[in-house]
Design a protein around this ligand. Sequence first.
Ligand SMILES: [Zn+2]
Length: 136
Amino acid sequence: MGDASCVICQKHRREGPLVGPLIYQDALNSVAHRAAGSLGYVFVETQRHVPSLYQLTDAEAEAVGRTTARLARGLYSELEVEHVHSMVAGLGVAHFHQHVFVRHAGTPSGYQWWEQWPAAPRGDIERLAYRLGGYL
Ligand SMILES: [Zn+2]
């Protein structure tokens, strides 16, 4: 299923370089935390191999939107954050993925919203992923 050369399709088969702690999945979308780095950087991806936001079905768009809002509530509840951001860039991998990430409390004002603060809190990503699953 999916595109054999796509690293996100591989990830959904729990293979390849992008595999991270799985938070949630259903027939339409899949949610996993980034494998390493600071806490609170998550990807919401369509199960279907589809390159761009404009190509989502209404059902996929509804699922992604609902999942993203619930995930944001979870991130806001589980971590000490100033904001929860999301973005769709789509320049690197041609499989729809939405970045959902926090701006940790205390992030210096010189960091733009899309920049990751190198001193952001790190910790048990697997445990956070498990807890976030409860919000979805
Ligand atoms: Zn794919």
